[in-house]
Design a protein around this ligand. Sequence first.
Ligand SMILES: Cc1ncc(COP(=O)(O)O)c(C=O)c1O
Length: 483
Amino acid sequence: MNLGRQFFSPNHAKASNIHGRFPTSSASSSTPASNRSEAAASILISYCSTPDLHSPGTSGWRTRVRRNENMEKLQNDYLFPQIEMRKMAHIEQYPDAKLISLGIGNTTQPVPEIVASAMAEHSWGLSTVERYSGYGPEQGNEALRKAIAEKVYGGLGIKHTEVFISDGAQSDISRIQARPKVTVAVQDPSFPAYIDTAVIMGQTDGGNNNIVNEDGSTRAAAAGGGKSGKNIEYMKCNAENGFFPDLSRTSRTDIIFFCSPNNPTGNAASREQLKQLVDFAMKNGSIIVYDAAYSAFIGEEADDCPRSIFEIPGAHQVAIEISSFSKFAGFTGVRLGWTVVPEELLFSNGEPLIKDFNRIVTTCFNGASNIAQAGGLACLTTPEGLEAIRELVGYYKENAKILMETFSWLGLRAYGGQNSPYVWVHFPGKTSWDVFDEILEKAHIVTVPGSGFGPSGEGFIRVSSFAHREHIIEASNRLKNLL
Ligand SMILES: Cc1ncc(COP(=O)(O)O)c(C=O)c1O
């Protein structure tokens, strides 16, 4: 049987064409209400009985499926597509310019050989009857869960059954939000995925396009960083407050997203600050979603900066931690991460959150690639793997050091760059997009405008150290000569 031929045959297309799948408008009026509400419950789409199937102004076919209105609340000019657009226009204008990208935090250095070999070996094994395996446990392979519990959280009281292997941190940022209409706090500036996924998931239903400020006032969602939704609170984190929010002026929310080392500011929170955060969450009965995607960049010498929220007493009762192999092992394309959900973390009715998270993972996810997991295991369980990770992280940190020195030489205030791959540079009196455009125009370097990470990012740019060393050196020379 040739399934491919059958699937692509004209008969198959006819049998399942769009007229066949969706009712006519007269049929739709007799669709039982229960069916309609079932469809409306879908996160992505909902049913409506639009009689006009032709979409004006487009050559497409207009279905009767109503768009998820939350999508309309998202910023239209999402940060990275906007950067890409300006980059492409620049390339068109200067086809011979050698563009250097220090924008998106994409890794450039190869996956360590020992890790790639482990993945290749596993992959070859799949071609044999003896070593073939299909679906694995949705929560991840036990060996990897144990390795993470032991190597990353050794001594912190994390059981391997509390570690859920994912296909990267980004997926779990949205998966953990499969419970709509909670209130959410995020650092300002912060990684855009927290707010955008919160909006898509409907946390802002009934939103009034306002963001609640630290002082309780509301502000219309602004272009270039503002996001919609009255249920989302920005916690200002800037140089003046040591990149840590004034919690005495922060209202209670159900969820607090907190990222350390922070993307974009590069700041790693101190033990004292995280203690305050955990106490705040305990007092308010909130849950901290701690994003530790860059924790491997916290140096051995920085023992004042915890690598995990679970180093803080009480965190097991109020926090989950999301992390990733992307940045420390070059797995941005391989895709592997994890989330720790402690058993002690309970909902208001006493049910453990881990029970629901397990249910969501087993429903919405079929487990991370077993090849990627073999790579992850090699990272953590072989001395060569651990050494290779150290070298990889060290390489990017050296790049960050060069960038920090460059901006300091230029007389600019730059933050981060020490326990983080990101350098956060202040250009007082200028807008982020103006600085972005100027650096692109004069130095042919792509950065990220800080305002795209939240209102407090205005006047800043983020410069990424994820680049080849020669590009960092070249960028440094260009910046010194041209700015
Ligand atoms: C703070 C933060 N969290 C999560 C992610 C997503 O990581 P992953 O590649 O594991 O999905 C990124 C990616 O840049 C990030 O900066």
